[in-house]
Design a protein around this ligand. Sequence first.
Ligand code: KG4
Ligand code: ZN
Length: 345
Amino acid sequence: MTILGLETSCDETAAAVVQDGMKVLSSVIATSSDMHIKTGGIIPENAARRQIESIIPVIQKALKDSFPKTSSLESQIRHIDAIAVTYGPGLIGSLLVGAETAKTLSCIWDKPLIPVNHLVAHIYANWIDTKPPTLPAIALVVSGGHTDMVLMKGHGKLKWIGGTRDDAAGECFDKCARLLELPYPGGPSISKEADNFFQSPKSEVQNLNMFPRPMMHTKDFDFSFSGLKTSVYNYLQTEHKKVSRDKLAAEIQEAIADVLVKKSIDALKLINPKSFLLSGGVAANVRLREKLQLEVAKLEKKVDLRIPSPKYCTDNGVVIGSCAYFNKIITPWQKISADPQLEIV
Ligand code: KG4
Ligand code: ZN
C-alpha cells in the first residue's frame, strides 16, 4: 500500500510517499525557520502563511521524486492508494493548511483519507528502513511542544505512563537558547555550542552539574523542565559572564539529557518491555542518544533500543505515511477537523 503523508503541524511543510509503512519513496520538507530566526521564535500566523505557499509545490515534488519515470501528474496519482495527514496537535493555522489540502485532494482524486496524530506518528520513525521493533515497547516522544512516555502494546494500543507537567524538553532547549542569545531552533544551537565546549581541552563532562535535574528522582514518569529554564535565567541575571556560553550550553544539554535518560531507565527496569523507542525532534540530540545507549547497555535485562535517524526525528511526512499504514483509520473527509490540543492517547 502506497500512502502520501502530509505534515504541517508547525513550521515544516512536509510530504512523503511511503510504501507499506516502512519503505520511503520520497520525502520533501520545506521549512519556514528562516522567518523564525529573525523573530527569535515562531509567530504562528507567519508559519501558517508559509504553509499555504509551500504545500502544493512540496506535494508535487514528493510525487515526482517517487515516480521519476512517470511524467504526468495523473499517472503519479494513480500509484497512490491513500492520503494521510496530521490533524493535531500543533498550531491551528498550520494544521488547517495540511488538513484542508488533504481533504480536498482526497475528494477530487477519490482516495481514502487517514487522519494521523502527530505525536503517535513520531514513534513510527522507528519503523522506517529497518526491521520492525518487537512489542511491547516503551516509547518516549520528546518534541518541541510535548514530552510523553507511553507503553505501546500494539498498533493503536498505547497507554500513557508519564509526561511533562509544564514545559516540553524541546521547549526548554528553545527557551534556554533564547536566554543565551543563540538562534532558533534552540536544540541544534545549544548542541552545536556544547560541542565547542566538549572540543576544548579543559572540558570535563563529569563536572557538568551547575543546573538542577528537576523531578529526576521521583517515582513516577513525569517530567518538569520550566524550573531548569528559570535557574538558567536566574544564573544569567546574577552571575553573568563568569562561565562561558559554550559551557552553559553543555550544562543545559546535560541536565535535560540526564533527566530523560534516568526516567527512561527507571521505566525500563519497572516495566521490562521488549524494546525502547526514542522519537521526536529532541531525539536528534547526539548527547542524549549517546547517554541513553550507554545506560541501556548497563541494564541486566536486555532491551532492543531504537534510535531513529536524525532526519526522521524532526518533523517529516514519512512518519505520517508510516503511522497511517499501521493504523488504517480511514475516515470520511467530512469528519476530519484540525485539533490543536490533541493528546497522544
Ligand atoms: O518534533 P519536532 O521537529 O517538532 C515538534 O513536534 O515540536 O521537534 C522540534 C524540537 C525543537 O524544540 C528543537 O529545538 C528540538 O526539537 N531539536 C533538538 C535538536 N534538533 C531539534 N533538540 C536538541 N538537540 C537537537 N539536535
Ligand atoms: Zn513533531
